[in-house]
Structure formats: structure tokens, C-alpha cells
Write a protein that binds this ligand. Structure first.
Ligand code: ADP
Ligand code: MG
Length: 231
């Protein structure tokens, strides 16, 4: 909880109310699994971090002015080690082309998550003036807007309520292993819903938060992307 407070305070010091993947530590602090990686501010740092990860990586532009990173070419998946430096430069150029005066905090270098064995879900929160924090769980990734398959509960949620959320969505069979796929780790999903519930309950300053995608696999979950607004 102390670690989470520090992340939010450092954002306040930077004078911004929009946070992205640079705030992933907030999730770590609440035990929500995130892929290995971090935010770096130069091509050579990116190279070092990629070498530490030791495989192909995902690289993402980190800027409070860019809400949908992939829309502006701000996400590169499967970057081999010898292309990490050039990719860093490319991502910054694309951010500048999109908005000349965009604040660029750096580039996130992240371990690859196996999407083939996983399902992209979304886990989010919106603070409603009347009902308080509303948790949303649904199908994530590129399907979010198209299918709008989701369900909402008021936080804090109990374990049975969190489990109910998984059952609620139309795509529930997908999580259970439709078409010969292995079922995802439902307990890990339920646990994650509860942990996010706790986080937004502890910090009323968070007015909005989205983990999209939260990748659910047979072995657990990984919060791959994060965006939040604080007041
Ligand atoms: P944004 O939503 O801002 O465009 P994301 O971080 O969600 O950026 O990345 C966009 C998409 O790229 C994700 O929905 C996912 O399909 C893919 N992706 C992002 N990070 C990873 C990762 N670590 N491993 C595999 N795929 C990823
Ligand atoms: Mg995303």
C-alpha cells in the first residue's frame, strides 16, 4: 500500500492526472501479475533491459498525451534484440509525428506474453458519483468495442461476486476452454478482480482505471497494459 501511494504521489509531482504503463508498479504493489520489464529513457538502456529479459520483447511509447498507443504505431511486438535500439528511435519519431509537443516519458520494454494460449480480457474501474467504484470485467483486446461483452459490479466485491462476474459474460465458455483450448486459470482471474477491487477501494483518488488487456492463460494472468486517471 505504501508502494502504491508512492507511485500516485510521484505522478502528482509530475503534475499529471493521466498515468499509463509507467505506473505498472501500482499493480505489482497489489499482487497483480505484470510481465517483466520497465520504462527506459534511451536506446542503450532499452538494449540493456532487452538483454536482461533475454528474448524478443514488446516495446511501447510512454506518453500521457497518447491514449491508444497502437493507433499511432506506438506498440511493436516481437522485437528481436538487435532491433531494440532502432525501434526506440522509431517509436519516439512516431509520437512526434502524431503530436509535435507530446510529452514522451520514455519507452516501455516488456517481456512477450503468449497470446495464443491466452484470452485478452479487460478489467477496469469507473467511479460513479452515485454508486461509487464500478468494476468492469469483460472480453478485452481488439474485441472490446466491437462485442461489448462485459459485466459490472460495485466495489468492493466478495470472492463469490468476483467469480460471478466471470460467469456473467457471454464469452465465459471461451475462458473455460472452448474449441479444444485449455481453460484459463479462473482462480487467478477471481483473485485479480478482488485485488483491483481492494486497490480502488484504498485509493479514492483513482477515478478511472483500465487494465486492457489482462491476459488470462491456463497458468495465470498478466496485466499487459494499464491506464488510469487520478484527481
Ligand atoms: P494500447 O492499448 O495503448 O494500444 P497495449 O499495451 O494494450 O497498447 O498493446 C496493444 C496490443 O498489443 C495488446 O492488446 C496486445 O494484443 C499486444 N501486446 C501488448 N503488449 C504485449 C505483450 N507484452 N505480449 C504480447 N502482446 C502484447
Ligand atoms: Mg491496451
Amino acid at each position: 500500500r505504501e508502494r502504491a501511494r508512492e507511485v500516485l504521489e510521484s505522478a502528482a509531482r509530475r503534475n499529471t492526472n493521466r498515468l499509463g504503463v509507467e505506473a505498472m508498479e501500482l499493480l505489482d504493489a497489489y499482487g497483480i501479475p505484470t510481465p517483466r520489464g520497465g520504462v527506459v529513457s534511451s536506446p542503450s538502456e532499452a538494449q540493456d533491459l532487452a538483454e536482461e529479459i533475454g528474448d524478443e520483447v514488446v516495446m511501447k511509447i510512454v506518453s500521457p498525451d497518447i491514449l491508444h498507443k497502437s493507433d499511432i504505431g506506438g506498440v511493436e511486438v516481437g522485437v528481436p534484440p538487435d532491433e531494440v535500439r532502432d525501434t526506440y528511435e522509431d517509436l519516439v519519431v512516431r509520437a512526434r509525428n502524431y503530436q509535435q509537443d507530446a510529452t514522451v516519458l520514455g519507452v516501455q520494454v516488456q517481456e512477450m506474453v503468449d497470446l495464443d494460449s491466452g484470452t485478452e480480457t479487460i478489467l477496469g474501474m469507473n467511479r460513479d458519483p452515485q454508486f461509487g467504484p464500478l468494476l468492469l470485467f469483460g472480453l478485452g483486446g481488439i474485441f472490446v468495442e466491437v462485442l461489448e461483452d462485459n459485466t459490472v459490479r460495485v466495489a468492493p466485491v466478495s470472492e463469490p461476486e468476483a467469480r460471478e462476474m466471470l460467469d456473467d459474460i457471454d464469452s465465459a465458455p471461451l475462458l473455460r476452454g472452448a474449441r479444444g483450448r485449455d481453460p484459463v486459470d479462473e482462480d487467478a482471474l477471481v483473485e485479480t478482480v478482488q485485488r483491483l477491487s481492494q486497490l480502488v477501494t484504498d485509493f479514492p483518488a483513482i477515478v478511472e482505471l483500465d487494465i486492457n488487456p489482462l491476459v488470462a492463460t491456463p497458468d495465470g494472468v498478466q496485466a499487459v497494459d494499464l491506464r488510469l486517471t487520478i484527481d
